[in-house]
Design a binder for this molecule. Sequence first.
Ligand code: 5GP
Length: 179
Amino acid sequence: MFNDVEEVVFSETQIQERIKNLCEEIAAAYEKKSLLLVGILKGCLFFMADLMRSLNIPLAIDFISISSYGSSTEKTGAVKILKDLDTPIQDKHVLIVEDIVDTGLTLGYLLRNLRERAPASLQVCSLLDKPDCRIVQVPVNFKGFELGKKFVVGYGLDYQGKYRHLPFIASLKKEICPF
Ligand code: 5GP
């Protein structure tokens, strides 16, 4: 499995250190508020777990699972909810926890959908952000790392269902992943 990796882009240590700093930013922003973390399955898996364990403020969690129509190279922006939130978010301070923002289409849809449910506030925390790939502008209020036009896997991110369990974030060899 590790033989498929071309290059480690962010190591385990880098990720954990960045998450600690991110948590300080988030804790300061939500100091007197009761926070609801909404994780986007499945990519948020490790990020959500590490983030919530380092956040020293009262919080609750929920998850939403979505799938975009079209492949990762042909994005349409049409999104289907596979599993909705378990609880209403009206009057709650919601922080979306996302693995990566690329075109912004998925997040754009989700923000519109969740805004209609009248949360007290709605912000976004993404581990990775690819600003050069944007098609629609979306706010990323808290971000781990910026990335160029690169396709990465690991730490929750997959390629064709694989590589999510890698403890670091990496690019794959061209013969495995051509983009
Ligand atoms: P967007 O709608 O912003 O284009 O795409 C967001 C989703 O596309 C992410 O949640 C993720 O599932 C997928 N995605 C975008 N870029 C990458 C990448 O570099 N690696 C992986 N594994 N998935 C990505």
